[in-house]
Design a binder for this molecule. Structure first.
Ligand SMILES: Nc1ncnc2c1ncn2[C@@H]1O[C@H](COP(=O)(O)OP(=O)(O)OP(=O)(O)O)[C@@H](O)[C@H]1O
Ligand SMILES: [Mg+2]
Ligand SMILES: [Mg+2]
Length: 301
């Protein structure tokens, strides 16, 4: 198959690994910078112009859309969908997963375990917000933060009050969340491909840091997930409609609590921690999608 990896950076570990894994399996990979795709819309013929030419003959795409370009990136993915190109990750699911509030709403309905979370439009009654999630300490999060930036631990109700007021004053949307102390600065990342956990790691924040993000100095180690952890991760990815996902969970006394579901999960941390060929799994899944398409097209014909 001719598979396009939508990525801004051919040199990035994840991009390189996907190219390599596709080549190893006899496919023809190309890296396309989604921000340099121009979309053309006309009757019956949605198209994409890239480097001056109309894109033709692509069987499937693997989107790697950064959080800062969700809008444009998803428009490009949607255009491929309109052109009947198979995508390893749907545009809809990327949009859903990018908004922490929207995804928590979906996960809550689906019965996925999560830290108790509150959201409000008013800053008038901050103490009530804090009480809603069980009182201080609480976590305060920007709705569209990533890499652990925009996640604050407020140890006291007073600190929480001033942080929430400051964010509201900046017109930044936030959620307030119960702080799960027993996870001790660690979290679990489950990498899911096609309804299966293909690799998992435990990330531990550096000394004195409650955030376990690798970008904040945390380190990842191979871990074997419990049955409940696997089930929670799979249900979370499925509820958001993601065939490929990185599900972040905290270990708590009441079982796994899902924090978020990433739709462009990085490969470097998970492949280094587990020693597994996760890129290969992603390519094999994408291959299956194109085969499914071929057989439905054949049936229609
Ligand atoms: N409610 C909580 N209780 C305890 N620790 C938490 C809580 N929420 C977040 N953390 C810690 O902070 C880290 C960052 O939080 P979260 O994953 O929600 O933010 P992020 O900025 O979107 O990160 P990512 O780069 O993974 O997208 C988590 O990995 C976890 O270690
Ligand atoms: Mg995130
Ligand atoms: Mg996270």
């Amino acid at each position: 198959m001719k598979v396009a990896i939508l990525s801004r950076e051919p040199k990035l570990y994840s991009t390189r690994r996907l190219v390599e894994a596709a080549e190893q399996r006899g496919h023809e990979p190309v890296v396309i910078d989604h921000l340099h795709c121009n979309l053309v819309l006309e009757k019956g013929q949605p198209g994409i112009i890239y480097q001056g030419k109309r894109l033709e003959g692509i069987d499937a795409i693997i989107p790697r859309i950064g959080a800062s370009v969700t809008f444009y990136g998803c428009a490009v993915v949607r255009q491929f969908e309109m052109m009947k190109v198979r995508t390893a990750i749907d545009s809809q699911s990327i949009v859903r997963s990018r908004d922490k509030l929207r995804s928590m709403q979906i996960l809550s309905r689906a019965g996925v375990g999560m830290p108790k979370t509150a959201f409000t439009n008013y800053s008038d009654d901050v103490p009530a917000m804090i009480e809603l999630v069980g009182g201080a300490p609480v976590i305060i999060k920007l709705l569209e933060g990533t890499q652990g930036l925009g996640v604050v631990l407020a140890e006291s109700a007073k600190a929480a009050q001033s942080v929430i007021e400051a964010f509201h004053n900046l017109k930044a949307r936030i959620i307030v969340q119960e702080f799960i102390a027993e996870s001790k600065g660690a979290d679990l990342r489950a990498f899911i491909v096609n309804g299966e956990v293909v690799g998992a790691m435990k990330r531990q924040g550096k000394e004195g840091e409650f955030r376990s993000n690798l970008h904040r100095g945390g380190s990842g180690k191979l871990v074997k997930l419990s049955r409940a952890e696997k089930a929670a991760a799979l249900l979370a990815a499925k509820s958001l409609g993601l065939g490929i996902a990185g599900v972040d969970m905290l270990q708590s006394t009441r079982g796994p609590l899902v924090l978020e579901v990433n739709s462009s999960p990085g490969l470097e941390g998970i492949e280094r921690a587990t020693g597994l060929d996760i890129a290969g799994k992603v390519i094999e899944y994408t291959e299956q999608l194109t085969q499914k398409k071929k057989s439905t097209d054949a049936k229609k014909a």
